[in-house]
Design a protein. Sequence first.
Lengths: 335, 335
Amino acid sequence: MAQARPLVLTQGDPAGIGLELALTLWRDRAACRTPPFAMIASPGAVEVRARLMNLGVPVRRIADPGEAEAVFEHALPVIDHGCDADAAPGKPEPATARGTIRAIEMAVDLARSGAAGAIVTNPIAKSVLYAAGFAHPGHTEFLAALAGDPPPRPVMLIWSEMLAVVPVTIHIPLARVPAELTTRLIVETAVIVAREMRLRFGIAEPRLALAGLNPHAGEGGALGAEDAAVVAPAVEALRALGIAATGPLPADTMFHARARAGYDVALTMYHDQGLIPAKTLAFDEGVNVTLGLPFIRTSPDHGTAFDIAGKGVARPDSLLVALKLAGRLAAAGAS
Amino acid sequence: MAQARPLVLTQGDPAGIGLELALTLWRDRAACRTPPFAMIASPGAVEVRARLMNLGVPVRRIADPGEAEAVFEHALPVIDHGCDADAAPGKPEPATARGTIRAIEMAVDLARSGAAGAIVTNPIAKSVLYAAGFAHPGHTEFLAALAGDPPPRPVMLIWSEMLAVVPVTIHIPLARVPAELTTRLIVETAVIVAREMRLRFGIAEPRLALAGLNPHAGEGGALGAEDAAVVAPAVEALRALGIAATGPLPADTMFHARARAGYDVALTMYHDQGLIPAKTLAFDEGVNVTLGLPFIRTSPDHGTAFDIAGKGVARPDSLLVALKLAGRLAAAGAS
């Protein structure tokens, strides 16, 4: 197996829980088996946070992610993004926006050049960045814009050891789902999922299970027409493309253990249909993976959590799984 | 504690898995701790099925459910509904419809007279009953019609040791949910749930958690207006009625273990929002409880399963939990 290229972790909003979770996972690296990573941040701000929270973590400035693995044994390796502004835990500060953004840009540059094997992103607060002139709808769209012109279409995968699930429509009102759900949208999403399962996850013939939109997948039309009219043709089109797709399946019986053994990824037609089973099964251990980008990106499945930042109560479970999965995917891609 | 009144179990469609599951649970009564019950069926048909499947179960005809407990130690007690027609496993037979219906009618009579403490119903096939002139939309509506005139409004609770959940809208296309979901419907449903949790489940101050309709419960209106316009006023109205209701809550973070500890029953706005977590957490051990009737009714959370009837592979888990819960509720009601 080839040597895995190093992971880079962006700082996220420095008023959120990202810094303390990274510090905690370095401190507990032996017990947690934390994969080595380089954080992109202000080394000074990281040191201040470590002292403030009595975490006893030495910080070492590095220039190249390639140094991270050796340094990681003794200190938390930090790549300086050159923006000194800091924020107190729980007190978002617009002056930090430039550093938050710069960390993401540098991470993408390192990943695109091959210097980094994968990017793990800490959560940002869009409202803080918007106040500083950020003009993208969100974190993922910003990564897509940095990835190419025109930007590739990103696809959100929620992943845990229990379940991998992709919602085809995401952050829209439930009432808009039936109109926005098209055969084309399902097929385009599933094609990206199938390609990335082969490329990144090393699954030669990924099995995709597509949920029906309606209760009981429409029950032969009695409970809605879309399953036969929209979802079933997508399954047929995917099969014609050589993709092992099944469905439309009744969503309520897709997610228990025996059912999950029958597929690699579930595609759901809307947000809660996929996020409910994902977070019911693995609330603390779920991670967000962005498929469709020319690099690997994972992120913890929580936000900045300003309300608990600095209190030492935030759980690093999801960030740890995000780092571990990024490391696994980077190794698979490098092999 | 008062002596619990006996349970009666309807035969369901004799071509389905109901008979064999009842026979199996009698045979394994010691290991399964099967609560004593009287089955309402054709004693002859039950004996034939026991022999056909080599289950070695003696059948004893009884006239009064009060005899069930003593008989249950030595034989499966059966109350004869007087209709001899039989069906082979997996081969539904319209001539059996009269017995299937008669078993339900007799069970309701026994429960309403107080001779039975609770009804457990085996699954029926509506299509078989329709062919014989049955004119109700379903099993539950038939029970409601037998319960009073005008019929009481039944409310479906999906119950397991892990989660109790009530979908406010049920078997309708997803596209119709936003229009059919009204503050009044939510409040009327929740009032029945709260009353029955006190009356049947012995929970003095039931805590109800109401899901939002939209992703992230609408995220302040950005992801849909209904959570603020329809669900939140229902929560306020319930609180004004002295009911401990919370919500609208983001549905995806309501169903993990720590979240579930905060409520007794979850109310979801549509079918899959509630049935997904219920069946993800407890696929084999979930039961259906009909609230709002003047008697206790539980049923296994599966159908007739004609495709596997008679093969000895059907799992009795859900029927067992339905019997146990019925026994528990009957005992609570009698105490």
